[in-house]
Design a protein around this ligand. Structure first.
Ligand code: NAD
Ligand code: MG
Length: 383
C-alpha cells in the first residue's frame, strides 16, 4: 500500500484523484487531505475516505472544520499544511494546489525525500532550478500530472539519453481560438470560462484562454526534462487528442494520444511505475475523423510570447511572470480587468522588475510579493 497525501483535494484535480483512489481498493492508504477554505467539502471527503488528518490553510475555515469534525485532527494555516506534509509519513504527495502557494509544500515534500505527483506546474515555473536541485539532492522523484508532461514522461521513458531532440506540447487553443486581438478586447468572464475540451479549475481555464497555460507548460517541460527552450515547440490542436510529441535523432516522431480525461495522467502518476485500468472511452480514430494542427497566434495571445521571454531572461523572471499572471487573472475573474488587460499587466510588471539571480527560496518569495504589488498597482492605474 502506498501512503498517499493529497493537497488541494477539493479542487478539480483533487476530486478526480480521489476517484482514481476509490477505484483501486488496497492500492493506497490516504494519510491526509488539504484545502484552502472549502472546509465542508474537505471534511466530507475525510469522512468518506477514512482520513484522520486534514489541513485547512484559511485559519477561520480551519476553526470551523475543527468544530464540525471531531474524528480526526485539523491542522490550520500555511504552517499546518507544512506540518501535514512533513509529518504524514507519506510515500507520495499529490500536489494539486493552484498557484505559487503550491511551491512551499513541493519543497517540504522533496526535502523529506518524498516523491511528488505534480499537478501544481507553478512550483516549477516559480522555482524550477531550486526544485530540480532538491530532487537531485534527495533522490525524490517528480512525476508530472499535467497531461502533456505525463505524455512526455511516458514517451521519453523508453528512449536512451541523448536520443530525444525536440519536445512538442499541444494546446487546444482555448475558447477564443481563431479570434484576432481586436475581437478579444471585450470578451466576458463567462465566455472565457467555457473551455472547449477540458473541465478544470477557474484559474487554469483562464490561463488556457490566454495561452498563458501553454507558456507555463513550456517552462514546466524545460525543468522536468532538462530540455533547452529552443527545443520545445507548441502547436495548437483543437481536438486535444494528441497530448504531446517527441522528436528523436533518427527522424522518428512519437506521439501520445487519448481522449482528454485527467484521470488518465492522474492514475499514471499515482500508480507509477504500475499501470491500472481507467474507465475511459477507447480511442477510435476513424470516429474522431480529423486531427487539426496550426501555429499559435502570438499577436492575439501575447501571454505565450511573454512566458517565452521570461523563460529566456531566467532567474526571477518566471516567478514575476507567474505572480503577475495570478493577480491579473484574479482581477479578470472579479471583473476589475479586461481580457487583454491580463497580458498588459504582466508585460508592465516584467518591465518594472528586471530578472535577478535566484540565491534561495527566499529570493523567490520576495520576488513573488514584489510582483504582486506591482501588478496590483498596474491594475488600479488601468481602472
Ligand atoms: P482548483 O481551483 O479546482 O483546485 C485548487 C485546490 O487547491 C483546491 O482544493 C483549493 O482549496 C486549493 N488551494 C487553492 N489555493 C490554495 C492556497 N493558497 N493554499 C492552499 N491550498 C489552496 O484547481 P485545479 O484545476 O484542480 O488545478 C490544480 C493545479 O493543477 C493547478 O496548478 C493547475 O494548473 C494544475 N492542472 C490542472 C488541470 C485540470 O484539469 N484541472 C490540468 C493540468 C494541470
Ligand atoms: Mg496541461
Amino acid at each position: 500500500m502506498k501512503r498517499l497525501l493529497i493537497l488541494g483535494a477539493t479542487g478539480s484535480i483533487g476530486t478526480q484523484a480521489l476517484d482514481v483512489v476509490a477505484r483501486a481498493p488496497g492500492a493506497f492508504e490516504l494519510v491526509g487531505l488539504s484545502a484552502e477554505r472549502s472546509h465542508e467539502a474537505l471534511v466530507a471527503q475525510a469522512r468518506d475516505h477514512g482520513v484522520r488528518r486534514i489541513a485547512v490553510s484559511d485559519p477561520d475555515a480551519a476553526a470551523r472544520a475543527a468544530e464540525a469534525w471531531t474524528d480526526g485532527e485539523v491542522l490550520a494555516g500555511p504552517e499546518g499544511l507544512v506540518r501535514l506534509v512533513a509529518e504524514a509519513g507519506a510515500d507520495l504527495v499529490l500536489n494539486a494546489i493552484v498557484g505559487s502557494a503550491g511551491l512551499g509544500p513541493t519543497i517540504v515534500a522533496l526535502t523529506e525525500g518524498i516523491d511528488v505527483a505534480l499537478a501544481n506546474k507553478e512550483s516549477l515555473v516559480v522555482g524550477g532550478e531550486l526544485v530540480m536541485a532538491l530532487c537531485e539532492a534527495t533522490g525524490a522523484q517528480l512525476i508530472p500530472v499535467d497531461s502533456e508532461h505525463s505524455a512526455l514522461h511516458q514517451l521519453i521513458a523508453g528512449e536512451r539519453p541523448g536520443t530525444v531532440e525536440r519536445l512538442t506540447l499541444t494546446a487546444s487553443g482555448g475558447p477564443f481560438r481563431g479570434r484576432s486581438r481586436a475581437e478579444l478586447s471585450d470578451v466576458t468572464v463567462e465566455a472565457a470560462l467555457r473551455h472547449p475540451t477540458w473541465a478544470m479549475g477557474g484559474k487554469i481555464t483562464i490561463d488556457s484562454a490566454t495561452l498563458m497555460n501553454k507558456g507555463l507548460e513550456v517552462i514546466e517541460a524545460h525543468w522536468l526534462f532538462g530540455t533547452p527552450y529552443d527545443r520545445i515547440d507548441v502547436v495548437v490542436h483543437p481536438q486535444s487528442i494528441v497530448h504531446a510529441l517527441v522528436g528523436l535523432c533518427d527522424g522518428a516522431t512519437l506521439a501520445h494520444l487519448g481522449h482528454p480525461d485527467m484521470r488518465v495522467p492522474i492514475a499514471y502518476a499515482l500508480h507509477h511505475p504500475d499501470r491500472v485500468d481507467v474507465p475511459v472511452r477507447t480511442l477510435d480514430l476513424a470516429q474522431v475523423g480529423v486531427l487539426e494542427f496550426e501555429p499559435p497566434d502570438l499577436d492575439a495571445f501575447p501571454c505565450l510570447r511573454l512566458a517565452r521571454e521570461a523563460a529566456a531572461a531566467g532567474g526571477t523572471a518566471t516567478c514575476v511572470l507567474n505572480a503577475a499572471n495570478e493577480v491579473a487573472v484574479h482581477a479578470f475573474l472579479s471583473g476589475r480587468l479586461g481580457f487583454m488587460g491580463i497580458p498588459a499587466v504582466i508585460d508592465a510588471t516584467l518591465a518594472q522588475l528586471p530578472a535577478a539571480r535566484v540565491h534561495s527560496f527566499d529570493t523567490l518569495y520576495r520576488a513573488d510579493a514584489e510582483a504582486r504589488r506591482v501588478a496590483t498597482e498596474s491594475i488600479e492605474v488601468r481602472a
